[in-house]
Ligand binder design. Structure first.
Ligand SMILES: Nc1ncnc2c1ncn2[C@@H]1O[C@H](COP(=O)(O)OP(=O)(O)O)[C@@H](O)[C@H]1O
Ligand SMILES: [Mg+2]
Length: 233
């Protein structure tokens, strides 16, 4: 459904992506692993077109996205849930969710909010609470919920486990699985390789802006290099 072929991207003179090829098939969870600074966030920013790819091919459902704007990418069904759960701290939970539906003109916004609350009952209990007063894990749930309000076909998740209490991480990963079961394809960026390989179908490992390894998640779990470098032995 979403496919990058030999994508290059730069920050000024810094060559951050040096030929990234990956695909997210319809219905799959694909994880993108790699150390800090490997280029994971840059890859997601390139997909959502916050960064211009300079070379390569980028297609969504067979259509080239190389010359599209960020809002056109959103319209094609690619929704980016950024790093560090950027919610609007002074707005309520409900207001944050409504912002996620800003590009929609249909009338199902209210019922979709109920769907978000079905995934995240914690948010329903806190609809009128200011987002800034939620715990880190709850803010992450809100960030994911806000992305769901944009009706993603492909959801890009950047490090949903970062800085969150282990119990909530487990809960969030379970919810990511059910969002996928309900029909949303997911590209999951993670430093927590254990959790990511557990829930994904397919995985890529980025090193220095290049895909160093890829394969079925269950095979990568048993790969010696992956075990040594990313799974702690
Ligand atoms: N805004 C920026 N300007 C210049 N260099 C950047 C910028 N953002 C990231 N980089 C560099 O690009 C590389 C990849 O970063 P990033 O995609 O954030 O890695 P990851 O998400 O895997 O930790 C790093 O070397 C980083 O220092
Ligand atoms: Mg990052």
């Amino acid at each position: 459904m979403l496919q990058l072929t030999d994508i290059h991207a730069y920050y000024g003179h810094v060559h951050a992506l040096k030929g990234v090829t990956l695909k997210v098939p319809e219905g799959a969870i694909v994880s993108l692993l790699g150390a800090n600074g490997a280029g994971k966030t840059t890859t997601l920013n390139t997909i959502s077109r916050l960064i211009q790819p300079r070379k390569g091919k980028y297609e969504m459902a067979g259509e080239s996205m190389m010359k599209k704007s960020t809002s056109q990418v959103v319209k094609s069904g690619i929704i980016h849930c950024p790093e560090n759960r950027r919610v609007f701290p002074l707005l309520t939970v409900e207001e944050n969710l409504l912002i996620g539906a800003y590009s929609r003109k249909d009338k199902q916004v209210k019922s979709d909010m109920e769907k978000v609350f079905a995934y995240f009952p914690r948010l329903k209990e806190r609809t009128s609470q200011k987002a800034g007063t939620l715990s880190g894990g709850e803010q992450q749930m809100l960030a994911i919920g806000r992305s769901l309000m944009g009706k993603p076909k492909v959801l890009l998740l950047d490090e949903p486990s970062l800085g969150i209490a282990p119990l909530l991480v487990k809960e969030i990963f379970e919810i990511i699985k059910s969002i996928n079961k309900d029909g949303t394809s997911i590209l999951l960026v993670e430093q927590n390789a254990h959790m990511a390989l557990e829930i994904s179908d397919y995985a890529y490992v980025l090193e220095n802006g290049r895909i160093a390894l890829s394969g079925k998640s269950k095979d990568l779990k048993n790969n010696d290099d992956v075990r040594r470098l990313y799974l702690g032995g």
